[in-house]
Design a protein around this ligand. Structure first.
Ligand code: ZN
Length: 161
């Protein structure tokens, strides 16, 4: 069958940036499984897979906007070092959960440290990057009622619970 809304799809992929540097790959792992039309994967990739079927291979170039979004300057913030109580040394690349105004948390990464200020970045690590996928579709089937209920795919490469 062809990929359409409510299809359970699994695929292998290689992801590279515009310089051909490998970012991620499913090589040697289970294929990635997702529920089509549920926003499980980035919009640019989901759109490109629509209508494809088992065995199809395709190359998909996804712009930053249709991937993990552009870098948002307001997500980069300077925080006084005092705010990091109980942490002996704050180093580049460390990750923290920051409180949002809405009561949730977002992961942030330390991108600069001075004597009394720490700069943290709440953007996704792949924000602002164009993404190039090499995709091979392994399987397309109709999602089960339970999967549709949960909004994700179960079994190999999907959620296990
Ligand atoms: Zn589930």
């Amino acid at each position: 069958m062809n990929i359409q809304n409510n299809s359970a799809v699994s695929f292998h992929y290689k992801l590279t940036d515009d310089d051909g540097i490998s970012i991620d790959s499913s090589e040697g792992k289970e294929p990635l499984a997702y529920l089509h039309g549920a926003g499980n994967i980035i919009p640019g990739l989901e759109k490109a897979l629509e209508g494809k079927t088992t065995g199809d291979s395709l190359t998909v170039a996804v712009s930053a906007a249709e991937g993990y979004g552009e870098v948002q300057k307001e997500l980069i913030q300077e925080v006084p070092k005092d705010a990091f109580q109980g942490i002996d040394s704050i180093e580049l690349g460390m990750q923290f959960e920051a409180q949002t105004g809405q009561g949730g948390t977002v992961p942030v990464t330390v991108i600069a440290v001075t004597d009394d200020l720490v700069t943290v970045d709440g953007n996704h690590p792949l924000a602002g990057k164009n993404l190039n996928f090499d995709v091979t579709i392994e399987d397309v089937r109709k999602a089960s009622e339970e999967e549709l209920d949960h909004g994700h795919v179960h079994g190999v490469g999907g959620h296990e619970h």
